[in-house]
Design a protein around this ligand. Structure first.
Ligand code: FRU
Length: 501
């Protein structure tokens, strides 16, 4: 594996890099693990979704990006757009680190639409002469032509009483003011959420204090990527706490993304949860999600997450010079006090030729001939609560990527133990979730190196896999199940766009 020097990791994208990155992209395009309907890095490494929003008739998503290779180097923002949340277009570089307040990268942030301008707030990450991290909150603005201008000075400076970890601003408007929710770590190394308010987006930001979560005084050592969104009449608070893994809580992932449903009491700086803290995803690879909102959806929000996780690596594609994708957009709603997560409606159109169909356990159509399609959608119904086992990308009689359901314990499991490439084995190679209700339905989206399992319109498990040429069979078992497998359309052009012209 390539060893990156400090200098190489600190590179900032320039016009003169176009040629060599175009060559890198030509190689990357050949990879058997490139997706055909997921947002994926153009070159190098992608991580968090940023500035996810609906503006000027389109969905906009920016992502954390190191252009030159699969390593967490100097972070830039890359821009993609979509009219329907299904077809995505590469727009090119959006933000690069140029000011002294971002000498170690332009970190994550969010977007707010006002008066035909898309405001982008993000973290300017710096390292001082002793290598200590100092973080500033910065502002950029994009016009309707897609031109982005950055403010030279921060809108929020580092706060005392907290360590250097103060980042990932989420901007929102409520009760006549703008607010920014910021992830932070206090001097006792505990995760905190800071709330700032202002009458203007550009200036006047004041720290109001810590937003506390009633009943959850402290957990984790740092909160990354907070997001708060009104979904119908309830508030949904999400963030990515670090330090739960060490305590063995929730899952064995290196880090998790959690949510609370509840009320927001801005005056008293309190979030009052209705119910417990829950995970947004029970798979292996999911982190730093954020929501976007469109007026027409009213009581819904759309969620995008990084199809990866910090402190994890993905050697099969790292070696090819690229890392990571974004998860499929999920439609969120709160029904009967529970968070529902469904694939965005537009994804229905992904389903092309039906190559397999079983009804009440008997096969009606089978054009698979035992071979696993590299991109498909599987729709499964389980009317009589049967045990289920699906072995995708299996080598001979091995298990491959196994999705199973145990009806007596209501447990769904995803297991990648038997794959040739087992990535991040130090965090375990099996994930399980115990459902509140028996398994009624699953929608499984497979895209070359991704598997997303949507269960009962509520629970999601997202996992990266790297099947080799010898891992190509598929086996399925389940009494009385209905199962339809459709080949998937290609909706993301893997084209090389570096700069907006
Ligand atoms: C989360 C994160 C953020 C930070 C960004 C840097 O994955 O660590 O907290 O802003 O990534 O790329």
């Amino acid at each position: 594996m390539q060893k990156w020097t400090r200098e190489e990791k600190d590179q900032i994208l320039n016009e003169r890099d176009e040629k060599r990155l175009s060559l890198l992209h030509q190689q990357i395009r050949q990879s058997i693990w490139r997706g055909q309907y997921h947002i994926q890095t153009v070159t190098g490494l992608m991580n968090d979704p940023n500035g996810f929003s609906f503006f000027n008739g389109k969905w906009h998503l920016f992502y954390q990006w190191f252009p030159f290779g699969a390593v967490h180097g100097m972070k830039h923002w890359y821009h993609v757009t979509s009219e329907d949340l299904l077809h995505w277009k590469n727009e090119g570089l959006a933000i690069k680190p140029t000011t002294p307040y971002e000498n170690d990268g332009c970190f994550s942030g969010s977007a707010y639409v006002k008066d035909n301008v898309l405001y982008l707030v993000y973290t300017g990450n710096t390292k001082d002469d002793y290598g200590r991290m100092v973080e500033y909150q910065m502002l950029a603005a994009m016009d309707q032509e897609g031109r982005i201008g950055k403010d030279a000075k921060p809108i929020i400076y580092p706060q005392s009483g907290y360590t250097g970890h103060q980042r990932d601003p989420h901007i929102f408007y409520e009760k006549g003011k703008y607010h920014i929710l910021l992830g932070a770590q206090n001097e006792n190394h505990e995760g905190r959420l800071l709330l700032f308010s202002s009458r203007h987006i550009r200036d006047g930001w004041k720290l109001m204090g810590e937003l506390t979560i009633e009943g959850y005084p402290s957990f984790g050592y740092m909160y990354e990527c907070p997001d708060i969104q009104k979904v119908g009449r309830q508030w949904l608070l999400l963030f990515s706490p670090q330090g739960l893994h060490e305590k063995g809580d929730l899952t064995t992932n290196s880090y998790q993304s959690v949510y609370f449903i509840g009320d927001l009491d801005l005056e008293n700086l309190k979030f009052i949860p209705k119910g417990e803290m829950k995970l947004l995803d029970y798979g292996f690879d999911f982190y730093a999600p954020q929501c976007a909102f469109q007026k027409e959806y009213r009581d819904k929000a759309v969620l995008e997450g990084w199809f990866g996780c910090s402190d994890c690596c993905y050697p099969p594609t790292d070696e090819e010079g690229w890392a990571n994708m974004q998860t499929l957009p999920r439609m969120l709603s709160i029904e009967g006090g529970r968070l529902k997560q469904r694939p965005a409606k537009a994804l229905k159109a992904l389903r092309k030729d039906v190559v397999f169909e079983a009804f009440e356990g008997s096969i009606r159509t089978n054009r698979l001939f035992g071979r696993m399609p590299s991109a498909c959608v599987m729709d499964l119904e389980n009317p009589s609560d049967s045990d289920i086992r699906l072995n995708l990308f299996a080598k001979n009689l091995e298990r491959g990527f196994e999705i199973s359901y145990n009806a007596s314990t209501k447990t769904v499991a995803c297991d990648r133990t038997d794959m040739v490439h087992v990535v991040n084995p130090e965090y375990g190679s099996r994930r399980e979730v115990v459902l509140d209700e028996p398994l009624k339905k699953m929608e499984i989206f497979v895209d070359h190196s991704t598997v997303e399992v949507f269960i009962n319109d509520e629970t999601v498990m997202s996992s990266r896999i790297f099947p080799t040429a010898s891992e190509h069979s598929v086996r399925m078992s389940g009494r009385d199940i209905n199962l339809k497998i459709s080949l998937a359309d290609t909706t993301v052009n893997d084209d090389f766009v570096l700069f907006r012209r």
